[in-house]
Design a protein around this ligand. Structure first.
Ligand code: GUN
Length: 293
């Protein structure tokens, strides 16, 4: 029997309703409208599309968004001075600098310039530290979305064997930390695989929950999956651009073969993607609440 499809779009929509209601309440009680500043440097097509989806989500949920689009030629000093201004702006509760930055700009320096209280991506070392200690204020968006998908799809996380493929600072590392925490909804046994892992399939076949954030199409195929496992595909690969500039989106998991073996699986698109933006909205709401003191 083919796997149950975990509908990220539907789950994200349910969460967005909850966030919209909370935004409304913050407005009526405290006269505060959560505000997100998005910063895009250059015109990478994927980044342009992510940032516009983030700004659209703000509008949908009754939040303000402040869009800053800068040319590829922007210097680090110019970018740092924009961030200093946003740090000081009381209408801006969250700041998101879309990654990757063009060559020549230091992501480290730029991310460290964001006020940790406005770091809704959770990428500042201070927030990464809190995450490692198990008490994050702003859990990073994609990992937080993955945890929500697992909970809301009824997947048993506590005590489960989780295998994460990929060790990035944005997904692999933080999701592993979050799932191993000693708390309800986590408490998993986590293995992290990466490009130097000797026998990837040996590990993936042991997983009750397989999270694939390898950044590579077809990194995981059906024969690498334990029958009945829950598979979360974090990959977003644009392949086969058409003349109109449209591309087909595929994940890091070969869906056709995986859906025959897995118990539950997220599709691409419509799985993790909508959750990431929803978690960003949740973090922005949280930042606005924290600004009340
Ligand atoms: N680029 C890819 N994923 C992300 C993300 O979650 N946040 C930001 N700022 N940039 C990204």
């Amino acid at each position: 029997m083919p796997a149950e499809i975990i509908d990220g779009k539907k789950i994200a929509q349910e969460l967005r309703e909850e966030i919209r209601a909370a935004v409304e309440e913050l407005k009526s009680r405290y006269n505060v409208v959560p505000g997100l500043a998005t910063v895009l440097v250059g015109d990478n097509p994927a980044s342009v599309s992510y940032v516009s989806a983030k700004n659209r989500a703000c509008a949908e949920l009754g939040m303000r968004s402040f869009q800053h689009t800068l040319p590829e030629s922007t210097s680090e000093d110019e970018l740092l001075s924009l961030i200093a201004g946003l740090n000081a702006d009381p209408l801006v509760h969250g700041i998101l600098v879309q990654l990757p930055l063009p060559r020549g700009l230091s992501e480290d320096r730029v991310l460290r310039a964001i006020d940790p209280k406005k770091d809704v991506d959770g990428f500042h070392p201070y927030n990464v530290g809190l995450l490692a200690l198990g008490d994050p204020v702003f859990p990073p968006c994609t990992p937080a979305g993955i945890l929500e998908l697992l909970i809301r799809s009824g997947t048993q996380v506590e005590g489960a064997e989780v295998v994460v493929v990929g060790r990035s600072n944005i997904v692999g590392k933080p999701v592993a930390l979050m799932l191993m925490q000693k708390r309800k909804g986590a408490n998993a046994t986590v293995t992290v695989c990466h490009t130097q892992t000797r026998d990837l399939a040996f590990h993936t076949r042991r997983a009750d929950i397989l999270i694939v954030a390898a950044g590579k199409p077809q990194a995981v195929t059906g024969d690498m999956i334990r029958p009945g496992a829950t598979v979360i595909d974090v990959g977003v690969n644009r392949i086969g651009y058409t003349e109109a500039g449209k591309a087909k989106l595929v994940g890091d998991v070969d869906f056709e073969s995986a859906v025959q073996i897995a118990g539950k699986i997220t599709p691409v698109p419509g799985g993790v993607g909508p959750m990431t933006i929803t978690m960003l909205m949740r973090n922005t709401l949280r930042a606005a609440r924290l600004s009340l003191g």
